[in-house]
Write a protein that binds this ligand. Structure first.
Ligand SMILES: Cc1cc2nc3c(=O)[nH]c(=O)nc-3n(C[C@H](O)[C@H](O)[C@H](O)COP(=O)(O)OP(=O)(O)OC[C@H]3O[C@@H](n4cnc5c(N)ncnc54)[C@H](O)[C@@H]3O)c2cc1C
Length: 507
């Protein structure tokens, strides 16, 4: 069985199955594989298109942006108050955001699990209870430690600076098995198919076990009967210009939403659901990327996109992880114009990059926009803004200690800094948060799990409190921010939801 390209269908789709899953990203594809392997009849409906991994490998970044990223990569969380505009990237294709990851794999930190278990009473989401789920995800995704030989010279310079600060760096774990060749292109699709995104790690088994996956299928409505979710309806994209696409309707014994944190609440709100916190409390892990110029060429693209991290600042809610994305994308954040810009672009081999991310408190709200896409706004907690600035200061200091000649702070209009005193001056000066060049990749928590319907949207098995027959398995159900990259955590929770649903549906 192969993926059905919805835009090539010639007549409206009417189907029935055991479980219909909306969205084929980290959460959705994990659900599909487990349920199908258990013998259930599964249909996955995905709004984005389907590209084979060998097609994705050949995309240049500008093509990936248009084909794999929602809004061609131009989605943003609009800042409220003292908050930067945050560029937020999410995927929209069969495989969802999983196609775009840097491959970084973390389990949820023990302290976060502890809080879920003891403060929120979510005993089913304790570290101990999820051991089997974690192990299953990590095995299927071939999670391995990044070997030393794949550490780029860009990363080594920051690591050296960190060590001089007394900060220890560790090798990251990634879902690339032993196959990564270190081309630093992961965010636009792995050029050698090494990254075990869900289209590679889970989809083949889902298909082999009979799952029907339909791309270009935008779900617009949850079908209910007698106060119970019994299916979904929507339309196939790619209709002739000016004509609506063909409609589809899939009925099922259980409906699973895995549209991701931004889109899952849209379907629920459209349905009139009013569960506590629906579309609110969204956390995004605001990030900054620091570029630093070194005297000698480093060729930072030569190595794994991400290979090292430190947990030294975890207690302060700041995570530092190495990152080096595609050169042309990095060049877009260089300052200057004309000859000055040209000089910097020619200097690209001399630049090193490192990332910092804040374990944020959750000021995001998603609501229906005028067009098809929802509007996400985000108000950064004052403490998080302080930590974001502290992250920048630490990164700049690391780079200078590592031997950088100058550092380019991710602050619009800021001059390059060359000394520790200049870093201090910049970081101590009043700063309008809207000048910070902020990014985010991990929106979480718009339909949080809680052990009480007055506090959340689903229970710890992913079942909706308000609409029987409806389950959620994606980033939206994470009860709080986690402070680490989100794919393994989401897939681990999705595995739990899948196993519970399997047990409920099978005799
Ligand atoms: C550039 C980038 C780099 C990242 N790097 C890492 C990393 O290194 N490590 C890590 O752990 N995490 C990383 N992440 C985060 C990780 O990819 C996400 O947390 C995870 O994939 C989210 O899973 P999800 O199931 O919630 O949503 P997604 O994977 O985003 O899947 C949601 C899917 O639902 C579809 N959909 C939405 N609405 C509808 C609808 N109405 N009808 C039909 N389909 C719909 C979407 O098109 C999408 O394909 C990265 C993310 C990005 C964007």
């Amino acid at each position: 069985m192969s993926v059905v390209h919805g835009r090539e269908l010639k007549k409206p789709l009417r189907e029935h199955c055991d479980v219909v899953i909306v969205g084929s990203g980290a959460g959705g594809m994990t659900m599909a594989a487990h349920l199908a392997e258990a013998g259930l009849d599964v249909i996955v409906l995905e709004e984005g298109a389907y590209y084979r991994s060998q097609d994705i490998s050949a995309f240049k970044p500008s093509e990936s942006l248009r084909r794999l990223f929602r809004e061609a990569g131009m989605l943003a969380a609009l800042g409220r108050g003292q908050t930067p505009t945050i560029s937020l990237t999410v995927g929209r294709a069969v495989g969802g955001s999983s196609l775009l990851t840097g491959g970084v794999c973390f389990r949820i930190p023990s302290e976060v699990h502890h809080g879920w278990e003891h403060d929120l009473g979510l005993t089913g989401l304790s570290e101990r209870s999820l051991q089997d789920e974690y192990a299953d995800v990590e095995r299927r995704m071939a999670v391995t430690r990044v070997p030393e030989r794949l550490r780029s010279e860009s990363t080594r310079r920051f690591v050296r600076g960190a060590e001089l600060m007394g900060v220890k760096m560790h090798a990251l774990h990634r879902n690339t098995g032993d196959d990564c060749v270190g081309s630093a292109m992961c965010n636009f699709g792995c050029p050698v198919g090494a990254k075990r995104s869900v289209d590679i790690s889970y989809m083949p088994s889902a298909l082999r076990h009979g799952t029907r996956i339909v791309s270009d299928a935008l779900v617009q409505e949850i079908v209910t009967k007698g106060g119970r979710a019994v299916g979904v309806a929507g339309r196939l994209l790619g209709g002739r210009f000016g004509k609506p696409g063909l409609s589809f309707r899939v009925t099922a014994r259980a409906v699973v939403l895995s549209c991701g944190t931004i889109h899952t609440p849209m379907l629920l709100q459209g349905q009139g659901l009013r569960s506590h916190g629906l579309g609110r409390y969204i956390t995004v892990h605001p990030c900054v990327r620091m570029m630093a110029r070194f005297k000698e060429p480093l060729n930072g693209w030569d190595g794994a996109l991400q290979s090292a991290h430190t947990d030294h600042f975890d207690g302060e809610g700041i995570k530092f992880t190495s990152v080096y994305t595609s050169v042309n994308v990095l060049a877009a954040s260089l300052p200057g114009a004309g000859p000055e810009l040209m000089r910097r672009v020619r200097d690209m081999p001399h630049y090193a990059v490192f990332g910092g991310m804040v374990h944020d408190g959750g000021g995001g709200v998603v609501s229906r926009g005028l067009g098809r896409e929802p509007v996400l706004s985000y108000e950064m907690a004052p403490r998080d803004l302080v930590q974001l600035r502290r992250a920048m200061a630490i990164l700049a200091e690391m780079a200078l200690l590592g031997g950088a000649e100058e550092v380019l702070p991710p602050i619009f209009g800021a001059e390059p800094v060359r000394t520790k005193a200049q870093v201090r001056a910049l970081m101590d000066a009043p700063l309008d948060a809207r000048r910070i060049e902020c990014l985010a990749f991990h929106p979480l928590g718009s339909a949080r799990a809680a052990n009480d319907p007055r506090r959340g949207v689903v229970n710890q098995d992913g079942a909706s409190y308000e609409l029987p027959g409806l389950y959620i398995a994606d980033g939206s159900i994470l009860p709080t921010s986690i402070g680490v990259n989100s794919q393994v955590p989401i897939m681990t929770l999705a595995t739990r939801v899948a196993w519970r649903l399997r047990d409920a549906l099978l005799p």
